[in-house]
Ligand binder design. Structure first.
Ligand SMILES: O=P(O)(O)OC[C@H]1O[C@H](O)[C@H](O)[C@@H](O)[C@@H]1O
Length: 536
């Protein structure tokens, strides 16, 4: 049945008319226990959803929608390796990447878990050698620099996790990431490096991605300027891919290749061998701790009743704002500098997964799907875009993420940081009334400008400390939230056909930029190309 024809959807539409005029001020005043009722603990995370424009009835109705859409069965289908990525005829098993050794998950009759652990063990052995200095470069020097070359899912996750877990990194090992095909990226990355002490990881699921292959070729040329001998490549280049043939063609011995599988989507691949630069940086033990954090959240998602299931609840709240309040965007606001790349990571995670207008049946959707995801770490965002969240005309649901303990307990920085977190969610929810301004003696002409309507919804997600386990839990929380929404919107969350057209057109345009051939595009594209040709 079409999503909007479901009785549960219609009930939510009617219910929205009742809730929309209500203010969070009233909802809190009416229920002393609101914070208790609408918050939960999931693994090591405290998730407070009480500052949302919902009542207990709203949550029941949203859960009823999830049930009606068959969410429970869909979760099981994913975990058990059904080919739910139908347009690519693939299973979706990133959860198997962090399952314990004794687990069993079958794809086409084969248990994938032994293969997962075999790769993890090989990664571990390799990382230990590099970290201890036992792995030598071609001229006998130990490795001091790691350069990960990848893009999209083969870059954003490693960058995000490396930044997030910096306190756990081996500081004498420099880790750099190159993604953009803009030559500036690789040129700046290698500028001060010594090729004799540098190891490149070429990370690409397909090993055909234009940006990554171009950067990898340039890295090879750069390394050979110093190392001279092709035989040096084996000591300075390793690959992470599902495509052994292309890895060999590039000149990397498959002995130095760490594999993964077509049932791992690029944007869900951080816990596969794509995490190699992270494991090199933080060490195998911390990497495995991160995996156990992911697994704990996976189990929570698979087993907790919907009323206590954090990814389900966050997913449903997102649907409530996206589809009933017409909120077009969702902000992720971590109050932790180490999570500076968290929102960027989930821009791909969420927008590449749920940015689709075609249903699983191939029809145009008649409802909104994935929101625009954005955000920056607090408090920087406060001094940039929070004005619009507080007093703009758009409703922007926000996730605030913060920790009780700082990794860098310098002076009173951390209490100041967290005071801002709490104050912002309070201000967004409760605002500041005309009456309060009058009582303060605010000049009447300024009262409209200084009034805060409030009623801006937020989720607050907290943990004691940003450890590898907690990071794993947080990432899995968001991954599964995306799944919940995609399933309810009835779209295919695990393909990404929308990125293909631009790639095809770019390969047609490329030779035109290097010749004077006749141009057959629209007048705008022709004009831009002509301008480039004339001035390059
Ligand atoms: O890992 P690769 O095969 O090089 O793919 C890198 C990226 O390329 C594509 O553009 C996809 O949209 C992304 O999902 C993917 O992560």
């Amino acid at each position: 049945m079409k999503l909007i024809d479901r009785p549960e959807w219609k009930e939510l539409s009617d219910h929205w008319k009742v809730i929309e005029p209500m203010h969070l001020r009233e909802l809190f005043a009416d229920d002393e226990k609101r914070a208790e009722t609408f918050s939960m603990t999931a693994c090591d995370l405290l998730i407070d959803c009480s500052k949302n424009r919902v009542t207990a009835e709203t949550m029941e109705k949203l859960a009823a929608l999830a049930e009606a859409c068959g969410l429970r069965g869909k979760i099981e289908a994913m975990f058990t390796g059904e080919k739910i990525n139908q347009t690519e005829d693939r299973a979706v098993l990133h959860t198997a990447l962090r399952a314990p050794r004794e687990a069993q998950v079958f794809v086409d009759g084969e248990d994938v878990i032994p293969g997962v652990h075999e790769v993890l063990d090989r990664m571990e052995a390799f990382c230990s050698k590099v970290r201890s200095g036992e792995w030598k470069g071609y001229t006998g020097k130990s490795i001091k620099n790691i350069v990960n070359i990848g893009i999209g899912g083969s870059d954003l996750g490693p960058v995000m996790a490396y930044e997030a877990l910096k306190p756990y990194t081996q500081r004498d090992l420099k880790v750099l990431f190159v993604s953009n095909v803009d030559g500036t990226h690789i040129a700046e990355a290698v500028r001060d490096l010594d090729a004799e002490e540098t190891l490149f990881i070429v990370a690409s699921k397909t090993f055909t991605t234009q940006e990554t292959m171009t950067n990898a070729q340039s890295a090879k040329a750069w390394a050979l300027e110093t190392l001279k001998d092709e035989a040096a490549i084996a000591r300075h280049f390793v690959a992470v891919s599902t495509n052994a043939d292309e890895v060999s063609k590039f000149g990397i011995d498959t002995v130095n290749m760490f594999g993964f599988w077509d049932w791992v989507g690029g944007r869900y691949s951080l816990t596969s061998a794509i995490g190699l630069p992270v494991m090199l940086a933080i060490g195998p033990e911390n990497f495995r701790a991160m995996l156990s954090g992911y697994h704990a959240m996976d189990s929570h998602f698979r087993t907790a009743p919907f009323s206590e299931n954090a990814p389900v609840i966050l997913g449903l709240l997102g649907i409530w704002y996206n589809n009933f309040f017409d909120a077009a965007t969702h902000a992720i606001l971590p109050y932790d500098q180490y999570l500076s790349h968290f929102a960027a990571y989930f821009q791909q995670g969420d927008m590449e997964s749920n940015g689709k207008y075609i249903t699983q049946n191939g029809e145009r959707v008649e409802w909104q799907t994935g929101p625009v995801i954005w955000g920056e770490p607090g408090t920087n965002g406060q001094h940039a875009f929070y004005q619009l969240i507080h007093q703009g005309t758009k409703l922007i649901p926000c996730d605030f993420i913060g920790f009780c303990k700082s990794q860098n307990p310098v002076g009173d920085h951390h209490v100041k940081l967290m005071a801002n977190f709490f104050a912002q969610t309070e201000a967004l929810a409760f605002g500041k009334t005309k009456e309060a301004l009058e009582a303060e003696g605010t000049p009447s002409e300024l009262i409209p400008h200084k009034t805060f309507e409030g009623n801006r919804p937020t989720n607050s997600i907290m943990a004691e400390k940003l450890t590898p386990e907690v990071l794993g839990q947080l990432i899995a929380l968001y991954e599964h939230k995306i799944f919940v929404q995609g399933m309810i919107w009835d779209i295919f969350s695990f393909d990404q056909w929308g990125v293909q057209l631009g790639k095809i057109l770019a390969s047609a345009i490329l030779p035109e930029l290097e010749s004077d051939s006749e141009l057959g595009h629209d007048s705008s594209t022709n004009k831009l190309i002509e301008y480039f040709r004339a001035n390059k």
